[in-house]
Design a protein around this ligand. Structure first.
Ligand code: AMP
Length: 286
């Protein structure tokens, strides 16, 4: 059974004993809970590389924009603890709101050119909230390594730069996206989807395969590929709208001419569920 801490003070004491006094290495997997196969991949990676693995579970109110799904975001701490137990996680840190934010934080973090594009255009304040909670967790836990999924590619890039810019003593380890057998990227928000909506949600992955095929047939024009992706996805029932489809280099700069290794990033509404996904071009075997 993993140790469960709900207060910063408790986990700081644990860290003091195990890291500072006994010199054990610590891997942190930050999550918002409702754990799935994607989270499990991060946990396993951490287990392989560190003496102690800590999973944080915290639905961070600061990173939800007004009118988003903060209230209805799925939560099940007991189930999450069972998943962590199965994976031999050492510690679950599930702080309470009063403990994380005893008063309203006034510090706003911006990573120029990375936090004001793509997701941020549709979720104002999102990345400022993400940066605050990530920095807090890294400060509280002082992990040797922290694990972030490529599923949230923009978040990964933001966190990598933040940690570099501020000389945080933690190595950020990227972990590739885990998909189900049909290609749908695991996400806690998939639990909102009906069976029919889930079928339509597969169009995201299938559009990546289509784009890869076009690319391998010599189509390098970003505009053409984005249009093909958009048209394909919009053909599916329950797809309400597309927030964006963008193709960038690995540092999130949009490209005109696409090359292998560039990224397709998109956000699509299926019914009342907003899904994000991304794809490294030239990766599929088509
Ligand atoms: P979340 O609980 O959605 O905030 O995600 C916590 C961490 O798990 C983030 O670093 C995500 O990028 C990562 N993650 C979520 N879904 C997946 C997935 N399908 N594959 C890999 N990593 C994921």
């Amino acid at each position: 059974m993993p140790a469960l801490f709900r207060k910063q003070r408790e986990i700081r004491n644990y860290i003091k004993l195990h890291k500072c006094e006994n010199g054990r290495t610590i891997g942190l997997v930050p999550t918002m809970g409702y754990l799935h196969e994607g989270h499990v991949r991060l946990i396993r990676e951490s287990k392989m590389q560190n003496d102690i693995t800590i999973v944080s579970i915290y639905v961070n109110p600061l990173q939800f924009a007004k009118g988003e799904d903060y209230e209805r975001y799925p939560r099940d701490l007991q189930r999450d603890i069972s998943v962590c137990e199965e994976e031999s996680v050492d510690v679950v840190f599930a702080p309470m709101d009063e403990d994380m934010y005893p008063d309203k934080p006034l510090t706003k973090i911006e990573v120029e050119g990375l936090t004001n594009i793509l997701e941020e255009k549709f979720r104002p304040g999102h990345f400022s909230g993400v940066c605050t909670v990530v920095l807090k967790l890294l400060n509280i836990i002082q992990p040797d390594r922290a694990y972030f999924g490529e599923k949230d590619y923009q978040q990964l890039k933001v966190v990598e730069k933040l940690v570099r810019d501020l000389s945080i003593n933690t190595e950020i380890i990227p972990v590739s996206t885990v998909r189900d057998a049909n290609g749908l990227a695991y996400s806690s928000r998939n639990s909102y989807l009906s069976a029919e909506e889930r079928e339509s949600a597969l169009s995201l992955y299938r559009s990546f395969i289509l784009a890869d095929k076009l690319f391998k047939n010599g189509n390098k024009d970003s505009k053409l590929l984005k249009e093909a992706i958009t048209d394909f996805i919009l053909k599916h029932p329950h797809v309400r709208k597309i927030d964006y489809v963008e193709i960038t280099d690995e540092n999130l700069k949009p490209v005109q001419e696409v090359k292998e290794g560039d990224r397709i990033l998109l956000a699509v509404w299926v019914g009342s569920t907003r899904l994000i996904d991304n794809w490294r071009i030239g990766y599929a075997e088509v």
